[in-house]
Design a protein around this ligand. Structure first.
Ligand SMILES: Nc1ncnc2c1ncn2[C@@H]1O[C@H](COP(=O)(O)OP(=O)(O)O)[C@@H](O)[C@H]1O
Ligand SMILES: [Mg+2]
Length: 234
């Protein structure tokens, strides 16, 4: 049985993922602040959008304009809403201040995503970030609510990229049980090289239904694209 794949369009990476991310997977993109999680998630969605697969990017941390201009800096031009729809959750929250009840919000967001995906047939959905989701929605029982949210995301049929921030100094990849619930995990890490240099590395920790390379790869953004190369051991 062959599994349909969603390419990451990160040069050199798809071969090592046996073609890409299995379609319909929920994939966590984990890393400490500044490891280009947002940029990578957006880039995968942007590349797929320019190649004909519609994307939805749900931004909980950055406003739409801020995000678009940061991505523009990295060489990703603004696409029309038909191909890449950015949902600015902060803006929606500001519009609905009156009816704000934290718990219901989670439900409202789920319904909104569902509606959008059904209406527009998005191939990929990005959520940035899980940490913002926790702090904005003050989940009463995170484990349970997350379990339902992941179940809900899987049922959508879209491939989901979930940005997950690891606080500095923590070994734990995730806050609750997201790692068991996710089909795949990409881990981003700043790696100290010598006394002064830092290199950004990526590792596919887990990817269900996929024979993937397990080791760390150097991740670079240059000439308007992401690329990986194998780490040469010192
Ligand atoms: N071409 C590049 N190569 C490497 N790092 C870059 C490049 N352009 C921007 N950055 C770094 O990326 C970081 C921001 O990326 P972002 O995707 O917002 O990270 P995160 O979402 O993980 O916090 C900044 O710290 C910036 O210095
Ligand atoms: Mg970010």
């Amino acid at each position: 049985m062959t599994v349909d794949k969603v390419e990451t369009y990160v040069e050199g990476f798809d071969e090592l993922l046996d073609g890409g991310i299995p379609k319909g997977s929920v994939v966590l993109i984990c890393g400490t602040p500044g490891t280009m999680k947002t940029s990578l998630a957006y880039s995968i969605i942007h590349s797929n959008a320019t190649n004909g697969s519609k994307g939805l990017f749900i931004s909980l941390e950055e406003g739409r304009d801020e995000l678009v201009s940061a991505m523009n800096e990295l060489g990703m031009d603004e696409l029309d809403e038909e191909s890449l729809y950015i949902l600015d959750v902060g803006a929606i929250r500001r519009e609905h201040k009156q009816e704000e009840v934290s718990k219901d919000w989670f439900d409202i967001l789920s319904k909104y995503i569902e509606h959008r995906v059904r209406e527009s047939d998005f191939g990929i959905v990005g959520i940035d970030s899980l940490a913002a989701l926790y702090s904005l929605f003050k989940l009463e029982n995170p484990r349970r609510e997350l379990f339902h949210f992941f179940g809900f995301l899987k049922e959508l049929g879209a491939t989901v990229l979930m940005v997950s921030e690891i606080p500095y100094g923590k070994d734990q990849l995730v806050s609750f049980e997201e790692d068991f619930l996710a089909d795949g995990i990409f881990l981003l890490r700043q790696y100290e090289v010598g006394e002064t240099d830092v290199q950004l590395r990526i590792r596919c920790v887990k990817m269900r239904k996929c024979k993937h390379y397990q080791g760390y790869l150097t991740l670079m953004r240059a000439n308007d694209k992401f690329m990986v190369t194998r780490v040469i051991s010192e």
